[in-house]
Design a protein around this ligand. Structure first.
Ligand code: ADP
Ligand code: GLC
Length: 508
């Protein structure tokens, strides 16, 4: 079973959010099951820098796209998994972020960037660029890879099966119709039954409409996106394709998110001995200029600063949150206006509120380890990896009952606490008052150390590893590409391929 996994980010090469975590961990878990899975990513400078054992291939024929493009054949630095980087300097070699400039404005050529990326990925999948490898199935992720099913369909005789995974329906890749001639798509595709979305070109609609199967990252979100409230205007089409949609919960990569081995922490700890967590708390308080105290509840917020994460609600609720006897630490980036407002707010609560604007992977680990509670309110949340990470570090999440959060966090109400099931605190309405009531419930728990300790233990022990979900993906792959070679008889095949490539790469 040969799978091309197409994503716009993968940790540690390039990351803005959970998509990067999934795009590193899921292929690794599939390789462990014997799948010959290879990643393809845009050749951002950070990705090229971080990739291991690089071999730059000759320039691609111009038919693959208008700009000079080379494939860089490499390996993931941690897992050794094979990765191809689409190195097209005019589209990907620039400063700023992956999708935006330094001021938070989307790159004006994003449509061309990801259309070209998808066109190269389609050729790779069909064996046109690398003669010894052809995909049985293409796994395309989010709008950046949405055009792939159409591009694969252009050569029906060599068409691999396709899965399109929805990580976040709110970012749709919507562009004016004038962009069409630049995308090299088949004629007649710009119709309401094709990729037109209210007069615009929709990359997301392309993925949903033309892929063989659609997955999303939790069972609850799979149901929610069928409704007008969560469907972002695509719920009608999604209902039409309902029989081809599966919700598969994301997993946690415990190679990366594990307090017993985490090198970002000043001290490590596990479920049986939390003394290291106390060191992490004191260290975080010192690092962020807060009063050092074990008794005061330390609440963290690690997030993109967006509407999705109710960042506006949290900002307006800051005075109310800090009326309570708590400390709050915030790490995030996103909405430029809110970034400034949050940073300013920190000046008004010295020693109680610390705000770090920016993206800092290591600090995120230290937040999870040092905090007691994670504040994670959301208007919608397809899966929500952050609370799963927090739980593993003994930090109890306060979340809204929505999307993947509804599938993963068990609220501390009387029965669940008595039965020893509770792992966090859950509220329903997307409002400041509901969030604050829930915070008060959490603080009441915090004041009862025996109960708190029990809940921490339960949260740390909850198993969200990738194995079960990777097996579900593999079962789907098998159904969609029945003629692909079996993997189960040779569970090490994927890993062996990866190390072969690594050896070749090292010999360069
Ligand atoms: P989403 O993908 O919607 O942002 P998830 O909770 O699924 O939400 O995943 C977010 C990922 O991004 C986590 O790995 C989290 O640690 C990381 N993250 C978010 N914001 C930051 C930040 N400012 N600095 C470092 N890591 C961050
Ligand atoms: C998206 C979602 C988040 C999910 C992540 C990985 O960014 O917002 O809920 O966990 O993708 O699938």
């Amino acid at each position: 079973m040969r799978v091309l996994f197409v994503s716009s980010e993968a940790y540690p090469l390039a990351k803005t959010g959970g998509l990067a975590d999934v795009s590193a961990a899921l292929p690794h878990a599939l390789a462990e099951l014997g799948v010959d899975v290879r990643l393809v990513l845009p050749g951002y400078p950070c990705a090229v820098d971080a990739a291991a054992h690089k071999i730059v291939e000759p320039e691609l024929p111009r038919a693959a796209g208008a700009d000079t493009t080379r494939l860089v054949r490499a390996c993931m630095p941690d897992s050794g998994l094979p990765v191809w980087l689409v190195d097209c300097p005019t589209l990907f070699n620039r400063g700023g972020g992956l999708y935006q400039d330094d001021h938070g404005a989307d790159w004006p050529d994003n449509a061309q960037r990801f259309a070209h990326f998808s066109a190269v990925a389609a050729q790779l999948a069909r064996g046109k660029l690398v003669p010894d490898w052809q995909a049985d199935l293409v796994h395309a992720n989010d709008w950046h890879a949405g055009l792939l099913p159409i591009l694969l369909g252009q050569a029906p005789e060599q068409r691999p099966a396709s899965i399109f995974t929805i990580h976040n329906l709110a970012y749709q890749g919507l562009y004016p119709r004038e962009i069409l001639p630049l995308l090299a798509l088949p004629d007649g595709i710009f119709t309401p039954d094709g990729i037109e979305f209210y007069g615009k070109v929709s990359f997301f609609k392309a993925g949903i409409r033309f892929s063989d199967h659609i997955t999303t990252v939790s069972p609850s979100y799979a149901r929610e996106i069928l409704t007008p409230e969560f469907g972002c205007g695509l719920d009608g089409l999604l209902r039409h394709r309902m029989k081809s949609i599966t919700g598969i919960l994301n997993g946690v990569d415990y190679r990366v998110w594990n307090p017993t081995s985490d090198r970002c922490l000043p001290a490590r700890f596990g479920v049986d001995d939390l003394s290291g967590k106390r060191i992490c708390k004191a260290d975080l308080q010192r690092e962020l200029g807060l009063a050092v105290s074990q008794t005061i509840p330390l609440i963290s917020w690690v997030s993109r600063i967006t509407d999705q994460k109710m960042a506006d609600v949290v900002f307006h609720a800051l005075p109310a949150i800090l009326e309570r006897d708590v400390q709050l630490v915030m790490l995030g980036q996103g909405d430029p206006g809110l970034e400034v407002q949050l940073a300013d707010a920190a000046q008004h609560y010295p020693g109680r509120l610390a705000v770090r604007i920016g993206f800092d992977e290591e600090l995120a680990h230290r937040f999870h380890a040092g905090a007691d509670l994670l504040l994670h309110p959301c208007r919608f949340e397809p899966c929500g990896l952050t609370p799963l990470y927090a739980m593993r570090y003994g930090t109890l999440p306060i979340v809204r009952q929505v999307g993947g959060l509804a599938d993963t966090i068990i609220d501390a109400i009387e029965w669940s606490v008595r039965a020893g099931h509770a792992t966090g605190f859950v509220f329903r309405e997307p409002s400041a008052s509901a969030m604050l009531d829930c915070l008060d419930r959490a603080l009441a728990f915090y004041a009862q150390p025996v109960l708190l300790r029990k809940m921490q233990r339960r949260a740390m022990d909850r198993e969200f590893g990738w194995d079960a979900s990777a097996r579900r993906y593999l079962a789907l792959y098998r159904r969609l590409a029945p003629r692909a070679a079996p993997t189960d008889r040779d569970p090490d095949a994927g890993r062996r391929d990866a190390s072969n490539l690594m050896v070749k790469g090292a010999q360069g």
